[in-house]
Design a protein around this ligand. Structure first.
Ligand code: NAD
Length: 370
């Protein structure tokens, strides 16, 4: 039996509440399919600052490097959001860990479960069939360029910076993914204004010549933001930088019904990192109503991308689908216009997915014995 070492970092707010369910799903997969997962936990973000004074304690970094994969929740606390003068901040922990692990590619699948067609604020006929795979660059851009203030604090700047090799390595990953899908790649930039975008576009064109079977389109970020809502089905693979990707994928979460539905995989040179796209949601933290499905779907991405366990990953996606088909919803994806939704809290929703997973795996094994 193969053993896998998984590091679980709940983080802050609803991060810990939903990650509990991503972990429980992995435990269930271990039992059903005969894999041995060993779990460890670590601190990051506000909870790490409170406990150790650092948003990224050395022990977390050490455990992260020893693991086969990391299941993460979210970081963030209102005390920092309301006070930009605080120098030690939760997001430093997350950005520092991504950088330390060389996680330069963030993959975000945007796919609407048919059952949630009515949960989105976009018309069902525009949405049905939309299936987009985002590749967001994660270690460059304004997030990591020089930042400073001048003129006695009255002027501030953040440098938007990209090097050619940073664009090349993620562009290859995006083109390779497009080859396995509809073979359409949209690269999103702002090359009419930004020099870093002109380097981005030039480099993507060069890489694209090695993938002649993939149709390459360039889109400015402003028109991409509009087209994503107007006609999401035109997109297959979308490749973009750190800042534009951050904004576009939150927008795209409305295609999937809610932030609470979207999972992401961050991969690079070593340990993979799997997390919902949402934050710590202080407005609902502690109320027991957070949607755990993004964390559960993050566990599926972990199995697929870091451990190569595709069948197990698909069982999780099928279990989420079955749960939604049975009408179970957390409040963020409930159909408020009808009485159809069976609205549940985090724990009950997680338990229903576990039950669905057991049923799906049982049927799968029964069929395979015929
Ligand atoms: P958020 O994603 O936490 O919340 C946005 C809205 O979506 C809120 O109304 C929230 O209630 C809702 N929501 C999010 N996840 C949900 C879920 N699973 N179920 C139901 N509803 C859900 O974004 P925000 O409010 O802009 O930020 C809150 C904090 O999170 C901030 O401190 C921010 O810095 C941090 N943040 C962290 C990450 C991360 O850890 N990767 C990402 C984004 C924001």
């Amino acid at each position: 039996m193969k053993q896998y070492q998984i590091l679980v970092i709940g983080g802050d707010g609803i991060g810990t509440e939903v990650t509990e369910w991503g972990k429980k799903i992995l435990e269930e997969i271990g039992q059903q399919f005969g894999h041995q997962f060993t779990f460890d936990t670590a601190l990051l973000g506000h909870s790490a600052i409170v406990a150790t004074g650092s948003p990224l304690p050395e022990a977390t970094l050490h455990k992260a490097r020893q693991s086969d994969a990391i299941l993460f929740g979210a970081i963030g606390h209102p005390m920092y959001d309301n006070d930009p003068s605080l120098k030690v901040r939760p997001e430093q922990g997350l950005l520092g860990l991504r950088k330390a692990l060389g996680l330069y590619t963030n993959i975000r699948p945007i796919k609407l479960f048919d059952e949630l067609l009515d949960a989105s604020s976009i018309k069902p006929e525009i949405l049905k069939g939309a299936d987009i795979l985002f590749f967001r660059e994660l270690t460059g851009d304004v997030y990591f360029g020089e930042k400073a203030r001048k003129d006695e604090g009255k002027t501030a700047y953040d440098v938007m910076i990209y090097s050619k090799y940073e664009v090349e390595r993620i562009a290859h990953k995006a083109f390779q993914a497009a080859q396995k899908r509809r073979k359409i790649l949209h690269s999103v930039d702002k090359a009419n204004v930004l020099e870093s975008s002109r380097l981005w576009r030039e480099t993507v064109n060069e890489v694209g010549r090695q993938y002649p079977d993939v149709q390459l389109h360039h889109q400015f970020i402003d028109s991409a933001a509009m087209l994503l809502i107007k006609n999401p089905k035109m997109f297959d693979v979308v490749l973009t930088g750190n800042l534009f990707g951050d904004i576009l994928t939150d927008e795209a979460s409305q295609i999937a019904g809610s932030m609470g539905m979207l999972a992401s995989a961050s991969i690079g040179d070593s340990t993979g990192f799997y997390e919902p796209i949402h934050g710590s949601a202080p407005d609902i933290a502690g109320k027991g109503i957070a949607n755990p499905l993004a964390s559960i779907l993050s566990a599926a991405l972990l199995l697929e991308h870091s451990l190569g366990l595709k069948e197990e990953a698909q069982s999780i996606v099928d279990a989420v689908d079955k749960t939604l088909k049975e009408g179970y919803r957390t409040i963020d994806i409930a159909d408020v216009h009808t009485e159809k939704s069976k609205v549940l809290g985090t724990q009950a929703m997680g338990n229903h997915v576990l039950t669905s997973l057991r049923a799906i795996v049982k049927t799968k094994f029964e069929l395979s014995t015929y």
